[in-house]
Design a protein around this ligand. Structure first.
Ligand SMILES: [Ca+2]
Length: 322
């Protein structure tokens, strides 16, 4: 039985790879994509989602719902310095591609209500849509099976400030709302996990690109800008926390260590805005999340390589050609 999930995403770079996990893995039933303000301009993100559906030859098969175009209270903060346009300069003819009329927040509420206790949401952008759904309909929390959240750092460095990881920094009020709402939560943190176990070196990226399929070439093109940025800040490769989050839902055997934590989000300080305090059980706090601590890094790379080796026939041509 495939695992049904919704992907809540700010589609750029590794979000595209996470979407491919949902589209290609036979263990996955990707029910819907909901878009949230995050990495790059909102409409660019939607284009990146269409292009990802196109390369997997799944255009029109997975609904794309547009969610919140800005954080709950604050102004949007872009990560375009990291991601560029989020797709390595690729384009297709977008004529005739339309998102669903239903708003992403309403889609999250409706879809989980239609299949109560069945749908997991893989959350790989700021948590605005998830928080708004919980605020709009309190039944949303109980109807959702689990959240797999990419965000925060586990007593380690941030990536947008010393204290904070991007997704929680952009909408700390949303993150706080979500962690206080009572969801069943698994967290894939930025550091140390992503930096130790989900970095692909230039050679590993090239290895996937050399598979030669449209998927592999798309992967290489889409990851190129993050690879260059990550190398410029001292990370020896491209980072893949979003695709890891989706992969761990489908393949828990990749998880080598995980523990229960109390995760609380700082939303009042300017200095530590979006900081996730992850308390590991000795401070007398009740746990509200499972935090992934270590994964099978080689297994994860082999898993993505396997997916990208599959042949697809994208119906719309990419420019520049893949
Ligand atoms: Ca993301």
């Amino acid at each position: 039985m495939a695992i049904p999930f919704i992907l809540d995403t700010d589609t750029a770079q590794d979000d595209c790879v996470a979407m491919l996990v949902g589209l290609l893995d036979p263990e996955a039933e990707l029910v819907a994509v909901t878009m949230v303000a995050g990495n790059v301009g909102f409409d660019l993100q939607v284009h990146n989602a269409w292009m990802t559906l196109n390369v997997a030859d799944r255009l029109g098969e997975v609904p794309v719902h547009l969610g919140c175009r800005r954080p709950m209270v604050r102004e949007w903060v872009s990560a375009e310095n990291v991601h560029g346009d989020g797709s390595g300069g690729l384009a297709i003819d977008f004529t005739g591609l339309e998102p669903e009329a239903e708003h992403g927040v309403d889609a999250l509420i409706r879809l989980t209500a239609e299949r109560p206790g069945e749908l997991t949401i893989v959350c790989i952008g700021p948590l605005t849509n998830i928080a708004m759904a919980a605020v709009k309909d309190p039944r949303f929390v109980g109807n959702t099976k689990a959240l797999y959240i990419m965000g925060g750092s586990n007593n380690a460095r941030g990536n947008i400030t010393a204290a904070a990881e991007y997704n929680f920094y952009v909408d700390p009020e949303a993150a706080r709302t979500v962690f206080e709402a009572g969801f069943e939560i698994t967290v894939v943190p930025w550091a140390p996990l992503t930096l130790s176990d989900a970095v692909f070196s230039r050679a590993q990226i090239a290895e996937i690109g050399a598979l030669g399929t449209p998927l592999a070439r798309y992967f290489g093109q889409v990851c190129a800008q993050t690879l260059a940025f990550d190398e410029s800040v001292g990370i020896p490769g491209s980072t893949h926390p979003d695709s890891l989050t989706a992969a761990l839902l489908l393949h828990p055997e990749l998880i080598l260590a995980a523990s229960d934590y109390n995760v609380a989000i700082e939303s009042e300080s300017a200095l530590t805005r979006g900081y996730a305090a992850m308390s590991w059980g000795v401070h007398g706090l009740t746990s509200n999340a499972r935090v992934i601590e270590h994964i099978d890094a080689a297994g994860f790379h082999a898993y993505l390589s396997g997916l990208m080796s599959r042949e697809t026939t994208p119906p719309r041509a990419f420019t520049p050609p893949l």
